[in-house]
Design a protein around this ligand. Sequence first.
Ligand SMILES: NC(=O)c1ccc[n+]([C@@H]2O[C@H](COP(=O)([O-])OP(=O)(O)OC[C@H]3O[C@@H](n4cnc5c(N)ncnc54)[C@H](OP(=O)(O)O)[C@@H]3O)[C@@H](O)[C@H]2O)c1
Length: 129
Amino acid sequence: MVAARPGKQPGTAGTRKRPLWLPPTDNVGSGLGSFGRVHDPERPEFRLPGVMAHAASKSAVSMLTVHYAQAHPGLRVNVVDPGPTATDLNGHRGSQTVEEGAEAIVRAALLTSDGPTGTFSDAAGVSPW
Ligand SMILES: NC(=O)c1ccc[n+]([C@@H]2O[C@H](COP(=O)([O-])OP(=O)(O)OC[C@H]3O[C@@H](n4cnc5c(N)ncnc54)[C@H](OP(=O)(O)O)[C@@H]3O)[C@@H](O)[C@H]2O)c1
């Protein structure tokens, strides 16, 4: 998900006369792509069967985000895990509503230029990878 929001992050590019607005970017990740979580027996992501390709793709999203953030320190590029949300993806078996799942994503989309970049977060805040 790329969140477009006007204002807050002015920059300049080359000879442009008008400011270039650079809104934060949320990449929607998942705890399933977190090496820490899949190794933690206390976490629901621990040894979850049948999600191998999905989990690997989410790890790739995380790594890509780290590289984007390092390459472009003026941007805010983060991964956000919405948490287990009742959607088509899981046959509506997630434990939280779409509104609850969207909360962390919206929070990251509202970051200003002094906010974190290259992070992984969920509803509880910034989390280890
Ligand atoms: N639900 C969870 O518990 C959960 C947990 C962690 C992370 N996530 C992540 O949250 C994100 C949203 O998941 P969700 O649960 O909302 O899934 P979802 O209910 O399956 O919705 C996926 C959405 O993506 C759209 N989409 C899929 N492929 C697309 C494409 N190639 N181009 C444009 N749009 C495309 C679909 O559009 P159509 O309806 O038109 O097909 C649909 O609106 C995913 O990245 C997922 O991995 C979800």
